[in-house]
Structure formats: structure tokens, C-alpha cells
Design a protein around this ligand. Structure first.
Ligand code: UDH
Length: 285
């Protein structure tokens, strides 16, 4: 009968058509509701499954993107990022997963090393074809900033409000960037030896060029982000070694990166909105 036929066709996922690559997307009004709770974010995202995974329901997506967020002591920012990012990614009809890489303990923060851990751990779960390395305090403001990878590594945050919606300098590579696994391996991942604030983003940008690739960026119309204001973090003071390290990227990048990464995985929890990976990454030698 009609009813059972209908139910039958809904079950057969092979019959789904491919998702169209570009949906009618445009500028987004980023929201920060005052008394937002994580429970509310969970309620608003009923189709996100354990570990922060999502697949479009009505079509088959050809794109599979992991979002890697380095984190410590920014729960408030994380809540607002998740609130805005889940619907943003769902509108783009992506298969995606969100990973929060949490640095355990109170030694100096190391953003780039946490990203390397995120890459390793995410690739254990799935054959992601793109990884977005994403600061917790940056909220994308235009749906046309596609969270997919291209022929070369991509610097997605080309226009942050804090810098007047333009690049602060031509080679800036901070905030949000994206690599295919192959591109990531080609630059030997990110440096592990930048402890504290600053420098590691320039090092990553240098690696892209040193390994023979170019940097792609969305136009400053699409690459707009709001940065959530914050005061300097304890344990992430400006790194006095950053200039010396940057002088040596040319010699160091093949030795220091994903090929000499050491860390201790403390836990991996599949929470409703993201996979929470807690890691001991050691300290500045
Ligand atoms: N992060 C944390 N916790 C920390 C520090 C950093 O989660 O304690 C993560 C977070 O994802 C953040 C990213 O690392 O978005 C980058 O750190 P940041 O936001 O401090 O970097 P930004 O360039 O610095 O935004 C603005 C304040 C700079 C302090 C200036 C020192 N001269």
C-alpha cells in the first residue's frame, strides 16, 4: 500500500541524490543570546549525533570536513561558537565532525601542538577530506565562506572585525585555516615548539610556501568573522622566543611537526555537540 511504500523509500539511503555544492547562502547575523545554555544548543541541533557528527538528511554530501578547535578555559566562547557553527555547517550541507582539543594542566598553552593532536586523533576516526583549524573565539559571518578544501591550503579568516575586516598584514595566517590531509602532511603539520602566544601562525604560513604551495583566501566579503572579545589568558603570555623560532622555520620545518609529535591522550568523550579530547602535551623544555 501507499504508506508502506513511502516508508520503504525513505529507508533506502542509496536513493538519495547528491547534495548540490552551493546552497543559496549569504551574510549571517551572528547571535550571542545572553542566557544561552549548552542544553539549548543541543536542543536546537537534533540531527547532530554523539561526538558532534552530522550528515545531511535529504541528500548525500560529497564533502567530509573535521573542525579542530584548540581549547583551554574558554567554555563561554565554545558555547557561542557551537551555537553559531552547527547551523552554519548544516546549511552548507556538509558531512562534518567537531573536535575540541583540550590542553590539560596549567603549563604554557601551545595552540599549534594541540592542532597536531587534533589532526592525528580526527584521522583515526574517519577519512576526512578536509580539516579546519579553528580558534574558539571566531564566528563566521558569511555562509559563502565554504568549509571545504581546495587545491592549496586555505586561510579562511581573511576579514576579522578586530582588524577592521581586512588582513592585518599580507602573509597573516592566523584564526581559521584549512588543509586536506595530503597538504597537511606536505608541510609536516604544524610546529610543536611554540609555547605561549604568537608566531606559530606565521610559521604555518611559511611552511605552506616553503613546501611549494600557495595560500588561498576567500574574498574579504566572504571571509568575515566576528571575534569574541576577551582579555589575555593566564598561561598564554606572549612568547619571547617567537622571533628566533620564525627565523629558523626554513631549517626546522622538516624536523619539527607531525613527524615528531608526542603526547599523552588522557580522555576522549563523545559529547552531544563535539568530541572532547583531553591531552597532556608536556611543557616548554
Ligand atoms: N586558547 C584557549 N585558551 C587559552 C589560550 C588560547 O582556548 O588560554 C585558544 C583559543 O582557541 C583561541 C586560540 O587559542 O581562540 C588563540 O588564542 P588567542 O585568542 O589568545 O589569540 P589571539 O590572537 O590573541 O586572539 C588575542 C589576545 C592576545 C594577547 C596578547 C599578547 N601580547
Amino acid at each position: 500500500d501507499k504508506l508502506s511504500l513511502k516508508a520503504g523509500s525513505r529507508e533506502g539511503s542509496q536513493t538519495l541524490t547528491n547534495c548540490s555544492i552551493i546552497s543559496p547562502l549569504g551574510p549571517i547575523r551572528v547571535q550571542f543570546p545572553k542566557s544561552l545554555t549548552l542544553e539549548e544548543v543541543i536542543r536546537k541541533n537534533p540531527d547532530v549525533t554523539q561526538g558532534g557528527l552530522y550528515k545531511p538528511l535529504n541528500c548525500t554530501s560529497r564533502k567530509k570536513t573535521a573542525i579542530i578547535i584548540p581549547h583551554r578555559n574558554r567554555e563561554h566562547h565554545l558555547k557561542y561558537l557551537l551555537y553559531n557553527l552547527h547551523p552554519f555547517l548544516q546549511l552548507q550541507q556538509l558531512n562534518y565532525g567537531i573536535y575540541v582539543i583540550h590542553q590539560a594542566g596549567s603549563f604554557t598553552f601551545n595552540r599549534a601542538k594541540l592542532m597536531n593532536v587534533g589532526f592525528k586523533e580526527a584521522m583515526k576516526d574517519d577519512d576526512w577530506d578536509c580539516l579546519f583549524f579553528h580558534d574558539v573565539d571566531l564566528i563566521p559571518e558569511d555562509g559563502r565562506n565554504l568549509y571545504t578544501c581546495d587545491r592549496f591550503p586555505k586561510h579562511a579568516s581573511s576579514a576579522i572585525d578586530k582588524f577592521g575586516y581586512v588582513l592585518p598584514y599580507g602573509s597573516y595566517f592566523g584564526g581559521v585555516c584549512a588543509f586536506t590531509p595530503k597538504q597537511y602532511m606536505q608541510i609536516n603539520g604544524f610546529p610543536n615548539n611554540y609555547w605561549g602566544w604568537g608566531g606559530e601562525d606565521d610559521d604555518i604560513g611559511n611552511r605552506v610556501v616553503l613546501s611549494g604551495m600557495s595560500v588561498l583566501r576567500p574574498s574579504i566579503v566572504y571571509g568575515r568573522y566576528k571575534m569574541i572579545q576577551h582579555s589575555p589568558d593566564k598561561g598564554n603570555e606572549a612568547n619571547p622566543e617567537r622571533w628566533d623560532l620564525l627565523d629558523k622555520t626554513g631549517q626546522a620545518w622538516r624536523q619539527d611537526g607531525i613527524n615528531n609529535l608526542h603526547y599523552k591522550l588522557l580522555s576522549k568523550e563523545l559529547l552531544p555537540l563535539y568530541a572532547n579530547i583531553t591531552v597532556d602535551i608536556g611543557f616548554r623544555p
